[in-house]
Design a protein around this ligand. Structure first.
Ligand SMILES: [Zn+2]
Length: 306
């Protein structure tokens, strides 16, 4: 059984008419999932994350800055491309709250798997800074919650967004209970994620050159990232699911398509079944071409419903 966590507040955070990380992304996804094929999805309204859960991975000053938001009609930039408006605090609370609630649900046995259709995304946010469209690091909040509230000893985070999840890596660089495995285009924003960045042996970075496609992506996961994930024997598989490696995406230069997202999703589900009693929580990161994003999310969700 796959649960879908989302919330209408995630449609309100609006970085501006010309910003690629826009409410229409989530609207396109929810419309595509509003189809008989996905009737079996159990749809859950995401709760707000608790302050306690946020403070496991973020500095209080950062949490407070995001939660203050911006005055109505006066959004402002936290970095060159990360905006805060009056609706951002509620969106950020629900986005991180979706992941912690989904972690609770799979670990309490209410469901086996969950996909969080939320925004803003999270994997670039560090302990003390918003960046790259990200306010709170949703997947890191979820992983820390699994460790602290459920006592897990091995949590894997697989990140197939086209950008490196620098925030997630930085937050867990010395946390041996978390294995972070990422594929990403290099060179590309944010410039981190070199294969030599290994944390305390718990960080595995795999890079793809601009123009790389299906064969290179699948080889990287099959030969480097998946073997490390299997060797780690995770008790829970978390996924930073970004779809901006799609050939139509405007922000990067990979040549992936929906079949590649179906493939990696099935691979990560097989990993969860092998070691984690099938427990998997995925959350939306990037993906900026609306039809490609909606189609890729459908491929991801369909694979996780198998
Ligand atoms: Zn991305």
């Amino acid at each position: 059984m796959l649960r879908l966590y989302t919330h209408s507040a995630c449609l309100k955070h609006d970085p501006g008419a010309f910003h690629v990380e826009r409410p229409a992304r989530l609207r396109a996804i929810l419309e595509a999932l509003d189809h008989d094929r996905y009737a079996a999805l159990e749809r859950i309204e995401a709760p707000r994350v608790t302050r306690e859960a946020l403070l496991r991975v973020h500095e209080a000053t950062h949490v407070d800055e995001v939660l203050r938001g911006a005055p109505p009609g006066a959004p402002y930039a936290l970095d060159a491309d990360t905006w805060l408006d009056a609706d951002s605090p509620q969106a950020a609370l629900r986005a991180a709250g979706a992941v912690t609630a989904a972690v609770d649900a799979v670990l309490d046995g209410q469901c086996q798997r969950a996909f969080c259709a939320v925004r803003p995304p999270g994997h670039h946010a560090t302990r003390d800074e918003a960046m790259g469209f990200c306010l709170f690091n949703n997947i890191a909040v979820g992983a820390a919650h699994a460790l602290a509230a459920h006592g897990l000893r091995r949590v894997a985070i697989a990140d197939f967004d086209v950008h490196h999840g620098n925030g997630t890596q930085a937050i867990f660089a010395s946390e041996r209970r978390v294995l972070f495995a990422s594929s990403h285009q290099s060179p590309l924003y944010p410039g981190t994620g070199d294969e030599a960045e290994r944390g305390v042996g718990n960080i595995v970075n795999g890079t793809l050159p601009p123009g790389a496609g299906s064969a290179e992506f699948r080889a990287l996961w099959s030969e480097l990232l998946l073997p490390r994930l299997y060797a780690f024997r995770p008790q829970l598989v978390l996924v930073s699911a970004g779809f901006d490696g799609h050939r139509r995406d405007p922000l990067a230069d990979l040549q992936l398509d929906r079949e590649d997202y179906a493939w990696i999703s099935a691979q990560l589900l097989a990993l969860a079944r092998a070691h984690a009693d099938g427990r998997l929580v995925s959350t939306l990161e990037g993906g900026y071409d609306l039809p490609a994003l909606a189609d890729s999310v459908c491929a991801h969700v369909s694979a996780l419903m198998e």
